[in-house]
Design a protein around this ligand. Structure first.
Ligand code: FAD
Length: 117
């Protein structure tokens, strides 16, 4: 089947949005189980990502730059960094990762007031 660049780009945008928004809601001080869950999620995401070429490249990136899951900052910074690595390969503009702070808002309002999310 022919490649459909529009669909591929849309899948990419949606996936990055979910990824970065998850990082923005990851606990500041995760439990070992939280960190393991995120590690596992990222590895399975890279394995199951529907664009096969993208998945292969991303798996190599994960080997070179293992996911950082020790805190929200570490996870968000890592995701921003690897997204920039993909941007570089695709010759796209790089994102200033110092500005990632409030950029991704889940829109979930008041839930997580306990500081865990
Ligand atoms: P996207 O890269 O989708 O970014 C969306 C928005 O996120 C940007 O507009 C910007 O506001 C923000 N953003 C940009 N950089 C960052 C950053 N570093 N951190 C946080 N936010 C940022 N496409 C291919 O053609 N070949 C591939 O091999 C390929 N591999 C991919 C691998 C993965 C894991 C994913 C999720 C996507 C991949 N894609 C690939 C898709 C590609 O990365 C883009 O999503 C797609 O080309 C659409 O690009 P875009 O310019 O709309 O911006």
């Amino acid at each position: 089947k022919l490649e459909n660049a529009t669909a591929k780009a849309e899948l990419g945008r949606a996936s990055w949005k979910l990824m970065h928004t998850m990082m923005a809601r990851f606990p500041d001080t995760p439990t070992a189980d939280d960190s393991l869950a995120l590690q596992t999620y990222i590895q399975l995401f890279a394995r199951l990502y529907p664009c096969g070429d993208c998945a292969s490249h991303f798996q190599l990136l994960l080997q070179e730059y293992p996911p950082q899951t020790s805190s929200r900052n570490a996870a968000a910074g890592w995701a921003c960094f690897v997204h920039n690595e993909v941007n570089k390969r695709l010759k796209k503009e790089l994102f200033d990762c110092s500005k990632i702070g409030d950029f991704y808002d889940c829109g979930c309002g008041e839930d997580g007031k306990d500081g865990k999310k």
